[in-house]
Ligand binder design. Structure first.
Ligand SMILES: [Fe+2]
Ligand SMILES: [Fe+2]
Length: 121
């Protein structure tokens, strides 16, 4: 899934998110890995949102709303407070990975191009 990107911080953080999602699929993963996903997601989304503000990105509201959907999904998972069984672990991992792929290769690529064309990198 490695791709070339001039916006290195964004690329590295996306790889890290995909790696954490992959860990959710492991048999011995528990709620702690979902918490780790939540923390890293927040770090990443907050940084993208700061960049959007810094470059006055026109698509900022839509992009932030997309982030909030993902934030809500993870929060719901954590609030359920249940042990994750094998079946739901696969469903969760697959769903979140597919969502993230669509976001990273669509919405985030548009942001990346805008940031690269701006003075702030
Ligand atoms: Fe992103
Ligand atoms: Fe994003």
């Amino acid at each position: 899934m490695r791709k070339t990107s001039e916006l290195l911080w964004q690329d590295v953080q996306h790889q890290q998110l995909f790696e954490i999602l992959e860990l959710i699929n492991h048999a011995d993963s528990g709620p702690d890995i979902v918490l780790r996903l939540q923390q890293y997601t927040e770090t990443h989304f907050t940084l993208e949102e700061r960049y959007m503000e810094a470059v006055a990105y026109p698509g900022m509201d839509t992009h932030k709303r997309a982030h909030d959907v993902f934030r809500d999904e993870i929060a719901t998972l954590l609030e359920s407070g249940e042990e994750i069984d094998d079946c739901s672990r696969q469903v969760i991992s697959t769903y979140l990975t597919e969502w993230l792929k669509r976001h990273v290769f669509g919405t985030d690529k548009e942001l990346e191009a805008f940031i690269l064309a701006s003075a702030v990198k």
